[in-house]
Design a protein around this ligand. Structure first.
Ligand code: AP5
Length: 214
């Protein structure tokens, strides 16, 4: 199974992709995590992405597409995947279709996690993530067992620099202008399914898994 999670910043794509990938035995490929890993390690990719991320802008398509296609190519032939945060522009969506088509594959589903703007802002202002494994936490809805430490790997938790209020505003604007057109692209292709993201994490997970089998 090959699918992507669509949704605004803070909709819960990372949270849901982590659970669904484990439950379904799929690879989890998250463009934002890959860029942040590059920034942390000071790689060429990270240095290139950093100024865009700090401003809440999208990293150029050719860089992002190259990075994701490379990840897909590295998987075993029959390994399914969940894309989290990719595609985010029409160019990326078309490039993904071409790359999969060349390998005799096609995206099965695009799952749209729908959440109101007020809730998105609330979630992002309370988010902490693990510097080591990128697991997301929330000061209000899902705090770690030990403050400041990741439950999964014991790594240090930090607040993303792009979760500052002014950058969140820009990210939401960019999402609305550049990513929402993908909803009609996938709807026309008969691949779009919607999930109510304003429920508890477990309820969203159940609805998401059910939506995949529709
Ligand atoms: P990226 O890391 O992809 O950020 P994003 O899309 O803005 O998404 P987020 O990670 O902010 O949110 P999420 O939906 O994963 O929510 P989460 O599960 O963490 O991208 C960052 C940057 O990288 C971009 O701005 C861009 O510069 C660059 N980039 C990445 N991909 C790119 C691409 N394809 N093209 C170009 N540039 C790209 O949850 C959020 C919070 O809510 C957490 O605290 C969580 O605990 C909590 N939460 C989750 N679910 C629930 C729930 N059901 N109820 C209550 N709280 C919840």
């Amino acid at each position: 199974m090959y699918f992507t999670l669509l949704g605004a910043p803070g909709a819960g794509k990372g949270t849901q992709a982590a659970t669904a990938s484990q439950r379904l035995g799929l690879a989890h490929i998250a463009s934002g995590d890959l860029f942040r890993e590059g920034v942390e390690k000071g790689t060429e990719l990270g240095l290139l992405a950093k100024p865009y991320m700090e401003k809440g802008l999208l990293v150029p398509d050719e860089v992002t597409v190259g990075m994701i296609v490379e990840r897909i190519e590295a998987l075993n032939h029959d390994q399914g995947f969940i894309l989290d945060g990719f595609p985010r522009t029409m160019e990326q969506a078309q490039a993904l279709d071409r790359a999969l088509g060349e390998r005799g594959k096609a995206l099965d589903r695009a799952v749209y996690i729908e959440v109101s703007t007020e809730e998105l802002v609330r979630r992002l202002s309370g988010r902490w993530i693990c510097r080591n494994c990128q697991a997301p936490y929330n000061a209000v809805s899902s705090p770690p067992r030990v403050p400041g430490k990741c439950d999964r790997c014991g790594g240090e938790l930090y607040q993303r620099p792009d979760d500052k209020v002014e950058t969140v505003g820009k990210r939401l604007e960019v999402y609305s202008a550049q990513t929402t057109p993908l909803l009609s692209y996938y709807r026309k292709g008969g691949k779009l399914v919607g999930v109510n993201g304003e429920q508890g994490v477990n309820e969203v997970a159940e609805e998401l898994i059910a939506a995949l089998h529709h």
